[in-house]
Design a protein around this ligand. Structure first.
Ligand code: URP
Ligand code: ZN
Ligand code: ZN
Length: 462
């Protein structure tokens, strides 16, 4: 035993329960009622977590750290993004490797691993995007599943870039199912979006305020329904990522009653904690909110939060893809269609969901832990290592003070101007993070430079 954390409370379905945690060799050795652990080894570090809730290191199943786009543009990189993640209590991320046209899936995965190695301070796993559903790519899928990358992403959006036709999506689902993988789908209809965008461009409506008009709700709802039909037909396990509408959620609920394979729904922080009023504010606020699907109205944010509380949505992710506001401002000279899509959130997720739902009593602390830690870990194939405070699991532990109130300051090295949440009064704060049993965050600062590891995953739970 080389670390003992005393005085804190762990989450249970009945509420927070006082418990002490012992750590040995980077793993959790025991979780016991206060005072019930065997005496600590001489030289073991003893940390007093009095007043803190102790959670498993949070798992963000949807990030884009250092994502390269055309023209040398890149989202905030692995080091800075992972620092923000740690500061916010997220110790594991699952990022997306995106192959270029003509590039093999394996080559893209290798490129992503090279970019993350030595830079990412969280442990990380990868999904792989498939934007060319051609035999050469589809035949690579079983080898990737065997190499610990069992989840793939297909887009019905982004015409001319990443979009697959329904037939291509069907072929991809068949291939993923045969390899015992899971498909993650970006469900917006790329044709509908392209048409809406063309009308806006033709009529000179090109400022960022118009971005959501190029992503009409019908586009998402129709793509969600199509995805669910294809999943049913192919019996491929599917997650619909970044669901943003009450109507999408209703379609998911309905499909579940008839589903022959697993269908999961993901919601991302900005679709719960921010809304489309940002597009009606100044250009900077509108630019910061350029992401796809766009931010929606408050009836949708409320329905999604209720869906997450009820368990109709399975986990909360962030789609963290942060671009400095200055970069978005420059790109906006060519109109909103040229602005890189994405917002941050990896550092905010635990605290903001606590503030939005737990502090008000609408969500139990247990469900909060499930949606941010346990469910994404288990559904995404990290059972046994991540997402629970149990013997044998990695000693990734978050000390959270539910009583602190403060004004949100963007975390880590992000430029802050583009942060959707800055200045907001929030309840609850991450005060300490251990990763692999070592302190990673203390006093609001990252105190580790130790890189994280690549995590191979298996969906069969073994
Ligand atoms: O706006 C977004 N979501 N950017 C990241 C790429 C994606 O579609 O997930
Ligand atoms: Zn997407
Ligand atoms: Zn994404």
């Amino acid at each position: 035993m080389n670390l003992v954390i005393t005085g804190g409370s762990v989450m249970t379905p009945d509420g927070p329960e006082p418990a002490d945690i012992a750590v040995a060799g980077g793993r959790i050795a025991a979780v016991a009622p206060p005072g019930a652990l065997p005496p600590a080894d001489a030289g073991a570090e003893v940390c007093d977590a009095s007043g803190l809730w102790l959670l498993p290191g949070a798992v963000d199943a949807h990030t884009h750290f250092g994502m390269p786009l055309k023209g040398g543009i890149r989202s905030l990189g692995w080091r800075k993004s992972s620092e923000a993640a740690l500061l916010g209590g997220t110790t594991t991320v699952i990022d997306f490797a995106n192959p270029d046209r003509g590039e093999s899936l394996t080559a893209a995965v290798d490129r992503w691993k090279t970019a993350a190695t030595g830079r990412c301070l969280c442990d990380y796993a990868l999904h792989c995007t498939v934007s060319e559903a051609v035999p050469d790519r589809l035949t690579e899928i079983p080898a990737l599943v065997a190499a610990g990358i069992p989840t793939f992403k297909g887009f019905l959006a982004y015409k001319g870039r990443l979009m697959l036709t329904p037939d291509e999506m069907r072929a991809l689902m068949h291939a993923v199912r045969q390899a015992s993988g899971m498909l993650l789908v970006h469900a917006e209809d790329g044709e509908m979006n392209a048409q809406a965008e063309q009308v806006l461009v033709n009529t000179g409506r090109t400022t960022a305020n118009w971005h959501p008009a190029a992503h009409p709700p019908e586009s998402e709802v129709s793509a969600v329904k199509r995805t669910l039909e294809l999943a049913r037909e192919t019996r491929c396990p599917v997650t619909i990522v970044h669901m943003s509408l009450a109507e999408s959620l209703a379609a998911l609920r309905e499909a579940r009653t008839a589903a022959t394979a697993a269908v999961y729904g993901e919601v991302c922080l900005h679709h719960l904690a921010a809304d489309d009023s940002l597009y009606r504010m100044d250009q900077d606020r509108a630019l910061a909110a350029v992401c796809s699907p766009p931010l929606r109205g408050t009836a949708d944010t409320a329905a999604l939060l209720a869906g997450l509380i009820a368990g109709d949505l399975d986990w909360l992710a962030t789609d963290h893809c942060e671009f400095p506001l200055e970069l978005k401002r420059t790109a906006a000279h060519g109109g909103f269609t040229k602005v890189p899509n994405g917002c941050g959130g990896v550092g905010e997720r635990l605290t903001l969901l606590h503030d939005l739902a737990v502090a008000s009593g609408a969500m139990t602390p247990w469900r909060w832990q499930e949606t941010c830690c346990q469910k994404p870990a288990e559904i995404m194939g990290l059972t046994g290592r991540k997402g629970r405070l149990q013997p044998g699991y990695d000693a990734d532990i978050v000390g959270f003070d539910p009583r602190r109130e403060f004004r949100w300051r963007p975390l880590g090295a992000s430029d802050g101007d583009g942060n959707l949440y800055r200045g907001r009064r929030v309840r609850g704060q991450v005060v300490r993070v251990w990763k692999g049993g070592r302190t990673a965050v203390a006093d609001g600062r990252v105190v580790t430079g130790e890189p994280g590891s690549f995590l191979p995953r298996r969906l069969d739970g073994k």
